[in-house]
Design a binder for this molecule. Structure first.
Ligand SMILES: Nc1ncnc2c1ncn2[C@@H]1O[C@H](COP(=O)(O)OP(=O)(O)OP(=O)(O)O)[C@@H](O)[C@H]1O
Length: 539
């Protein structure tokens, strides 16, 4: 269905002009919007079925002009499915979508954009080798007499970036930007089409704390100054309390409640999303043994030399600001990048690996952070995805389906996979459930893994499943001959899960903390290390 053309009525003063000092510190309470202006987006009695599976069951929601609306729910609740109906990726089975007073029964991607809805997904749709300006105008280039007006594109992009208060050169190739900056380019591209509704799917999931805070400030400015209805999906509840004006919780495809942020407590959020969360801290029961993994002068293309001993049963958290070298280090240990020097032993035996296969043979497994690209096989079944390490060990490639299904059922139950359907394709699982498959692969004793590496293990995972994944990681580590190393950009997670926290800065260990370190200490240490090195560069 193609929508009617949209006229954008910006309220007086909505344009972003020169910024005052208080704007630099982010929009304050004075900028709180007047809700109920009649614009924005409403969803009425929307349902969505995939074959015999009903995912959305009569959803009613209102996202108002000029407000930031947090849209929450457990993994598999149906958030992405609703977003797909709004972006035109899926067609609703029934119901109505109203944008700025005009009713639609569904969209194509083009008609959604024409109606004024922009949806930004976690996985960027940017061309890395092109410049910022080229990306902003990709597919809709400005031309004069058939010739590309590159200068004009750069000028408009610069104006949009200035409006957002960010300092990015439009001529920079996108691949040279940080993840947070790339996120801003995505937003800029959407803004060029002057949307009235901007929907962001877990926008801060891949960002460090500082970049995330910057993005949240930008989100508020978009709502309050540009009068856009901003909707954001997140599993990070601290963000909700910081930035949202209203909050909606989706449970099993239905809206559980919508409330003003001021009426919401953290407990209400947690129990709304995941009623089974206990909040129990099980870390105190753990004890670690003698050295099991040892790095000595270990060097990668970016990190090192590193010297670190990890005890048997120990869980070490690598905490770093973006660019600290965490992913580079994990990928090198897992054989995906070349080791540049030094030694690594696991259980006393050499464990340096020239390929992921060799690393797996030496008992090392990596759960990568970019799951769809690196770990999940979208066309294979849930069972094939979950039991993959098991097949590597099976003799002559012979499979016994009647034996596999009970194993799948057992593991699916342990990781609380939803739906626990062995035949569903990998690509049909929600983001958080895909992560449970990736983690469950190694945590359930299927593969011969002795040193488990997890890159952001709970990214995109809801609060209830996060607890379950922590429990599984602890269980894994407590079996004989096991150690775990994980990365996180969330100090809360570092403190909750790690026995020791190693702060990595520019590829070097800058500090090692015990489990009792406070989140603030951790954050401020990592930040001050970053500031010191910046001053070193500019001095
Ligand atoms: N194409 C599809 N075919 C069948 N089922 C699907 C399809 N797409 C999604 N689903 C199912 O719909 C349900 C909701 O998934 P959705 O991705 O919308 O959840 P979500 O709330 O976004 O979760 P997450 O927080 O993990 O991203 C899941 O059970 C998922 O398996």
């Amino acid at each position: 269905m193609s929508g009617p053309s949209r006229t954008t009525a910006r309220p007086p003063g909505a344009d972003l002009g020169a910024r005052g000092d208080d704007e630099l510190s982010g929009p304050g309470p004075a900028a709180t919007p007047e809700p109920g202006t009649g614009g924005g987006l409403a969803v009425r009695n929307l349902t969505k079925r995939f074959g015999s599976t009903t995912v959305l069951r009569g959803v009613d929601l209102e996202f108002r002009t000029g407000e930031v609306h947090a849209f929450l729910g457990a993994n598999g609740a149906g958030k992405s499915t609703l977003l797909s109906c709004l972006s035109g990726a899926h067609r609703p089975s029934s119901g109505e979508i109203v944008v700025d007073g005009t009713s639609y029964d569904g969209f194509t991607p083009t008609s959604a954009f024409d109606a004024g809805i922009a949806v930004l997904y976690q996985h960027f749709q940017l061309a890395g080798s092109l410049t910022v300006a080229d990306n902003v105008f990709l597919g809709d280039e400005l031309t004069t007499s058939g010739v590309l007006s590159r200068q004009k594109q750069e000028q408009i992009t610069r104006e949009l970036l200035d409006d957002l208060g960010v300092d990015i050169d439009p001529r920079t190739p996108v691949e040279k930007l940080s993840i947070g900056q790339q996120q801003i380019v995505e937003i800029t591209r959407a803004l060029r089409r002057d949307p009235s509704v901007l929907i962001l799917d877990e926008p801060t999931a891949a960002l460090g704390r500082t970049e995330a805070a910057g993005l949240l400030t930008t989100i508020r400015r978009l709502a309050y100054e540009r009068r856009i209805a901003v909707v954001f999906v997140t599993h990070l509840l601290g963000e909700v309390m910081t930035v949202a004006d209203r909050v909606s919780v989706l449970r099993d495809g239905r809206v559980l409640w919508t409330r003003d942020r001021g009426e919401v407590t953290m407990d209400a959020l947690v129990s709304g999303i995941s009623p089974s969360v206990t909040g129990a801290d099980e870390r105190a029961e753990r004890a670690t043994g003698p050295t099991f993994v040892e790095f000595s002068g270990f060097r990668t293309s970016y990190c090192g030399p590193l010297d670190l001993e990890i005890g048997e049963g120990e869980i070490v958290g690598l905490y770093a600001m973006m660019g600290g070298g965490r992913t580079n280090l994990l990928e090198t240990i897992a054989g995906a990048r070349r080791v540049r020097g030094g030694t690594l032993t696991v259980g006393g035996a050499d464990a340096t690996a020239a390929s992921p296969r060799q690393a797996a043979g030496k008992g090392i497994a990596l759960v990568a952070s970019d799951r769809p690209a690196q770990s999940l096989f979208g066309d294979l079944s849930g069972l094939d995805n979950l039991l993959m390490p098991h097949f590597r060990r099976s003799r002559f490639g012979i499979r016994f389906p009647h034996r596999e299904k009970p194993v799948f059922d057992r593991v699916a139950e342990r990781v609380q996979l939803m739906p626990p359907d062995s035949e569903a394709t990998g690509g049909s699982f929600s983001g958080g459930n895909a992560q449970k498959i990736m983690v469950g692969r190694w945590l359930s004793g299927l593969g011969d893994c002795r040193f488990l590496l997890l890159d952001e293990p709970t990214q995109g995972v809801d609060i209830g499943s996060r607890e379950q994944i922590y429990r599984l990681i602890r269980e894994f580590a407590s079996r004989p001959g096991r150690s775990v190393m994980f990365t996180t950009s969330d100090p809360e997670e570092a403190v909750a899960l790690a026995d020791r926290i190693v702060v990595l800065h520019e590829g070097r260990i800058s500090q090692v903390f015990g489990p009792d370190v406070g989140e603030d200490t951790l954050l401020s240490h990592a930040q001050s290390a970053a500031v010191e090195s910046y001053e070193g560069v500019t001095a």
